[in-house]
Design a protein around this ligand. Structure first.
Ligand code: NAI
Length: 480
């Protein structure tokens, strides 16, 4: 029986391994982590992450051929194939701080593999890593090999949070990079055989190691670039009276462009886009390509600009001050159908409003008060380090109140900011909300999900990104 071990039971390791276990009953899959609380949660009824369809898959396989464990050494030593799916945050200190990937967790996983292995292993990079990480890992393993042979493969993960299970069951492609040696090719074949249980062969692409590593960074950079491109257009639409949804629809009909990832919003978030682009920028700079680095930097700058622009719209519309005013924040996760708040634009928007002394009342169906307080009080880039390495009890921000009901959040509020596109926000009773708010009552829709006309009929002043401006907002400056 083939045995797989995955190091790192996070947003990637957990769902990916659950789907492998589901589709390959003949393979035993163990997911290990140094975080006891995470493993305990994976073994409980309350999984540590929210992902539609995940619970059903885990319940079907757990205890059969899917195991979650903190016994890292045992499972590594028994495995034929080891996936490494640990976090690869942006470095906060030292060389490349603020840009380069911090490979501390990766390196310690590699050293653990070298320490405990007694048989040949295929080591698969699942984490997103800088180009040539495989080479570094190879060096660590071969210098500590004790006669054991290691093959390193790069198998970057393209799942999107919120649709992870669907993405894993039906991937556009699976990418496997490996050495062009007979040993490398044999390892590629072994991993291909795992995916071939459910992925059509023409969707399994094999490349050299560096192409696979770079393709992951490039894919995220291209996706984020589309969001920044449409967000840049949204500012121009507001200035000219064009409607960004109409522009998106028109350009998306061009089959060379396509309709996806063309929604204007308050900005992209999530653990990957910014981190991976920063990583790409660092690689470009290290390779003497400052023009290329600057090109990608602009994608992040436009994202920051969009968040600032949103905050400025809110403050400017409300007589240039939100001091002491209650603002309801609907949605804190970086997108719908996930509880993940890493790098969510809500953090910067909330910080911006708090900077103008607003009092915030936040509601998100999947995010706890503790998590929100932690995000708002944490320094940039701290979030991607495991919770046990983060400050234990961040001082809770006094002007932030987290509630479990959207009507409670909006009661007596002066304005509402919609920051996540949760479906439930489309069908709220906005008349009831309006009746219980201070007047004039404002809605700032950062995800373009509300029916603007209906809300205006009720009496709201509405700002929607990239849409023709409410007369109220026309003379309000919103430049960052
Ligand atoms: P995560 O932070 O949710 O999970 C990583 C886990 O690794 C944590 O539970 C941590 O305790 C564990 N860990 C760290 N060092 C360890 C060690 N030495 N031994 C055992 N466990 C260890 O991170 P996530 O989101 O799953 O991301 C993992 C990687 O996948 C990152 O490189 C990320 O860039 C990449 N990725 C993430 C995607 C996402 O949507 N979240 C999508 C595609 C790739």
């Amino acid at each position: 029986m083939v045995k797989i071990c995955c190091i790192g039971a996070g947003y990637v390791g957990g769902p990916t391994m659950a789907v492998i276990a589901l589709k390959c009953p003949s393979i035993e899959v163990a997911v290990v982590d140094i975080s006891i609380s995470r493993i305990t949660a994976w073994n409980s009824d309350q999984l540590p992450i929210y992902e539609p369809g995940l619970e059903e898959v885990v319940k079907q396989c757990r205890g059969r051929n899917l195991f979650f464990s903190t016994n890292v050494e045992k499972h590594i030593s028994e495995a034929d194939i080891i996936f490494v799916s640990v976090n690869t945050p942006t470095k906060t200190r030292g060389l490349g701080a603020g840009k380069a990937a911090d490979l501390t967790y990766w390196e310690s996983a590699a050293r653990m593999i070298a320490d405990v292995s007694k048989s040949n292993k295929i080591v698969v990079e699942k984490s997103t890593v800088p180009v040539k990480t495989a080479e570094a890992i190879e060096k660590i393993l071969s210098h500590n090999s004790k006669g054991i042979s290691y093959q390193i493969l790069s198998n970057p993960e393209f799942l999107a949070e919120g649709t992870a299970i669907q993405d894993l069951l039906n991937p556009d492609r699976v990418l496997i990079g490996g050495r062009e040696t007979p040993g490398g090719q044999k390892a590629i074949k072994a991993l291909k055989d795992v995916y071939a249980h459910w992925v059509p062969e023409d969707r399994i692409i094999s490349t050299n190691l560096w192409s696979a590593e770079l393709s992951k960074l490039a894919a995220n950079a291209f996706l984020a670039q589309r969001i920044s491109s449409v967000n840049a257009m949204s500012a121009l639409c507001e200035a000219t009276g064009a409607d960004v949804s109409e522009v998106s629809h028109a350009i998306g009909k061009d089959s060379r462009i396509g309709p996806k990832f063309l929604n204007a919003s308050v900005g992209f978030g999530g653990s990957c886009f910014q981190k991976d682009i920063l990583n790409l920028i660092y690689i470009c700079e290290c390779n003497g390509l400052p023009e290329v680095a600057n090109y990608w930097k602009q994608v992040i700058k436009v994202n920051d600009y969009q968040k600032n622009r949103f905050v400025n719209r809110v403050v400017a519309s409300m007589f240039n001050t939100v001091s002491g005013k209650k603002i309801a924040i609907l949605g804190f996760a970086f997108k719908k159908d996930t509880g993940d708040t890493r790098e969510t634009p809500a953090i910067d928007v909330c910080k911006g409003l708090l900077g103008d002394k607003a009092s915030l009342s936040i509601y998100d169906p999947q995010v706890t008060g503790d998590q929100i307080q932690r995000e708002i009080s944490m320094n940039k880039f701290d979030w991607d380090h495991p919770v046990h390495l983060q400050p234990m009890s961040p001082t809770s921000v006094k002007q932030v109140n987290v509630v479990w009901d959207p009507y409670e959040a909006t009661r007596d509020a002066h304005g509402i900011c919609i920051l996540t596109e949760w479906d439930e926000f489309k069908t709220l009773d906005y008349q009831r909300i309006f009746n219980n708010m201070q007047k004039p009552a404002f809605v700032f829709d950062g995800r373009n999900i509300v029916n603007i006309e209906k809300l205006r009929e009720i009496g709201f002043i509405v700002y929607s990104i990239g849409k023709p401006l409410d007369p109220w907002l026309k003379d309000m400056p919103a430049i960052a």
